[in-house]
Ligand binder design. Structure first.
Ligand code: GLA
Length: 671
């Protein structure tokens, strides 16, 4: 049973007006005089929502059972006084020193047996019964103290669960893993069958013999690895649920969430699974400064977050006003980039724009991380941009609650990501996100909006469905994808999809087992490419990474391999299915190749760009229940760009004249 089935607290949006704006607030790092100045600055910037107390346990409970809430009372009262709502943290993301000293068994253990010590943060394992007892203890104290506080709008449970450490190998983790396996399989025979332990004499006589897949002489059992991944994702969420159970008991009306890290960099947590237990989806996103196309990675993260949220509005819980401090070279954001980033998240479904953090620290390891109030104070570019952003978000209040429109779905599955990248596969160059992001990139560049959809979620209403390197898939999900084609969608499936079931057992009879009938192809043998090599295809485009021996079994070939030993073998095929079509792509095309395939797919499916615009403009449309629509156009280029739209531009309040300035953003409430 999920938490949502047991109770339904009020929506966080009932408590917030317009687009929420703010960030992490760590007042415990500052004297009262600065905290008072904060209130004035918050009013100046139009701050409406703050996450408070994320790393404050050691100050709230300085010794076991001794509490000091005076400073937090003052902060909460003062924030309420200026009308700011609070996502109050459970303070559990950094256990205090006294707790570690008394109970060192709470510390996380890595695969090689290293115990990760204190002095940083997140130094606990979620399966520690002792840790959970203390964490629920401080959570209950906070809930009891602030349950009727007018500032309290949301519980911010722990922080970025699974950040820094997402796999736990200690003794208590091993025991929890065994219990989880017992619940999953019931009998040891069922586990042996699922893990295929007849291989290499890995058969288990009882659950007690099982250990986490730590270090071993050679490759570890893939079923064990996959289940350990599932277990760790579950264990973090199970810890979340235990804290939320306390919060539900004491503050049943207050919604709960935790900040996810959905992006191309976070693989370990199945956020589609987690979403079932979050009352609102919240995400943190940081740009990689060295990525020249970082706006596309941002779009990918935001689209994924919206997918996790099932299309509902979500909270951008953290991003940065300028530089971070944890990349090798921390370049600041360019002028206007923070506004573009913020509105890009909004354009992709966020209804709250928040930062890490409100005021830049003067001490500690994040002192060179940007914030809303920089070291230099008010007379800085960053502060001026923060104030401008606050004003812009006020004008965008009408967008609140509207939903992003997309006719293209990219199927996204963390389990397939995990299973497909376990060792001992045909090629280390097949990475789950590479082809998927190459398609997403092409669609981004064309202004075609994309939803990320879990393979078993409804695909109804999509004109185009892309299934990229979806190595493992359940029968049910494969049927769901096939049904989309029958119903009229153009479905493209790529190489190394549908190979295995959810147990990571190969589907026999020819690849890609789960999609063979849908696609009308049968693949006999894989021919992955050696590092750095490429192939010429019959239409003159180039590909890399992968080729394979495809036989037609109902499909027609649209393109073929041209090189020995696969001359004339299909590399791209199509089969008509019901009202739609199923395409198969048997290699990783280069940019031109992907462009050409996307052209063909868009033409066949009828999925179109959001609007006509010059290159360099990011486009999305949000539509509200009452039919109003909002076109977001973000100009990432350094010259002004034309966009075809008519209506009132919300940021200026004027009629839209058809052009977006270099680096600028327009939001058109369309006629
Ligand atoms: C994460 C954390 C924050 C902070 C930022 C810095 O998102 O949640 O506490 O460390 O990273 O980028």
């Amino acid at each position: 049973m999920t938490l949502q089935e047991t109770s339904s607290p009020a929506s966080v949006w009932n408590n917030i007006e317009g687009i929420a704006f703010g960030g992490d607030y760590n007042p415990e790092q500052w004297p009262v005089s600065v905290r008072l100045e904060d209130l004035e600055l918050m009013k100046e910037a139009g701050v409406s929502f703050l996450s408070v107390g994320i790393f404050s346990w050691a100050l709230l409970e300085p010794a076991e059972g001794t509490y000091d809430f005076a400073w937090l009372d003052e902060v909460m009262d003062n924030l309420a006084g200026i009308g700011v709502k609070v996502a109050l943290a459970t303070a559990t993301a950094a256990p205090p020193a006294w707790l570690v000293r008394k109970h060192p068994e709470i510390l996380p253990v890595t695969a090689d047996g290293t115990v990760l010590g204190p002095g940083s943060r997140r130094h606990y394992t979620p399966s520690s019964a002792v840790y959970r007892r203390y964490a629920t203890g401080i959570t209950r104290k906070l809930a009891e103290r602030y349950k009727d506080h007018p500032a309290l709008a949301l519980w911010h449970v722990d922080n970025e669960l699974g950040c820094h450490v997402s796999e736990f190998y200690g003794e208590e983790d091993a025991a929890a893993f065994r219990s989880w396996l017992k619940r999953r399989y019931g009998t040891i025979d069922a586990l042996n069958a699922s893990w295929g332990t007849a291989f290499w004499s890995q058969n288990y006589g009882s659950f007690d013999e099982i250990l986490p897949p730590a270090v071993a002489p050679s490759t570890l059992n893939p079923g064990q690895q996959l289940d350990f991944q599932r277990f760790n994702s579950w264990a973090l969420m199970d810890y979340y649920r235990e804290l939320v159970a306390v919060l539900r008991e004491v503050t049943p009306g207050v919604p709960c969430t935790t900040n996810l890290m959905a992006s191309s960099a976070t693989k370990s947590m199945d956020y589609f699974d987690w979403a079932k237990d979050l009352d609102v989806i919240a995400n943190d996103h940081y740009l990689v400064a060295a990525d020249p196309e970082r706006q596309i990675e941002l779009a990918f993260s935001a689209d994924l977050t919206r997918g996790i949220a099932g299309g509902d509005p979500w909270i951008l819980m953290e991003h940065s006003t300028s530089a971070v401090n944890w990349q090798p070279r921390n370049q600041p954001k360019m002028p206007g980039e923070m506004l573009r980033n913020s509105l890009a998240h909004l354009a992709r479904g966020a209804d709250a724009v928040m930062f890490f953090q409100w005021r830049q620290s003067f001490a500690g390891s994040e002192k060179f991380h940007s914030a809303m109030v920089p070291h230099g104070g008010r007379d800085t570019r960053v502060w001026r941009e923060v104030v401008d952003l606050g004003a812009a978000l006020k004008r965008l209040a009408p967008v609140r609650g509207s939903r992003v429109e997309s006719r293209v779905a990219i199927v996204f599955d963390y389990e397939a990501w995990w299973a497909g990248e376990i060792d001992s596969k045909p090629s280390v160059d097949v990475k789950y996100l590479d082809l998927l992001r190459a398609f997403h990139r092409q669609l981004f560049l064309r202004g075609v909006s994309v939803d990320m959809v879990h393979p078993s979620a409804s695909l109804e209403g999509y004109d185009l469905v892309l299934v990229c390197t979806l190595y493992s898939v359940t029968d049910e999900a494969a049927a769901n994808i096939a049904a989309a084609a029958s119903a009229g969608a153009t479905v493209l499936v790529s190489y190394f999809s549908g190979i295995a079931d959810e147990k990571d057992h190969v589907r026999l009879g020819g690849y890609p087992g789960a999609f063979r009938d849908l696609l009308g192809v049968r693949v006999e043998e894989f021919h992955p490419l050696l590092a750095g090599t490429q192939l010429k295809l019959s239409d003159g485009t180039i590909s890399s990474v992968w080729s394979e021996h495809v036989h037609l079994a109902g499909a027609e070939a649209l393109q073929t391999f041209t090189e020995y030993p696969l001359e004339g073998v299909p590399s791209l095929t199509k089969r008509s299915v019901g009202a739609g079509a199923a395409w198969y792509l048997a290699t990783f095309p280069d940019r031109e190749g992907i462009e050409s395939i996307v052209d063909q797919l868009l033409e066949e499916s009828g999925a179109a760009p959001v609007a006509a615009a010059d290159p360099g403009v990011e486009l999305t449309r949000r539509r509200s229940d009452d039919g109003r629509s909002f076109l977001f156009a973000i100009n990432h280029s350094r010259s002004s760009a034309l966009v075809q739209a008519s209506g009132v531009e919300l940021l200026s309040g004027e009629r839209f004249e058809g052009s977006v300035p270099a680096g600028g953003v327009v939001v058109v409430a369309e006629d």
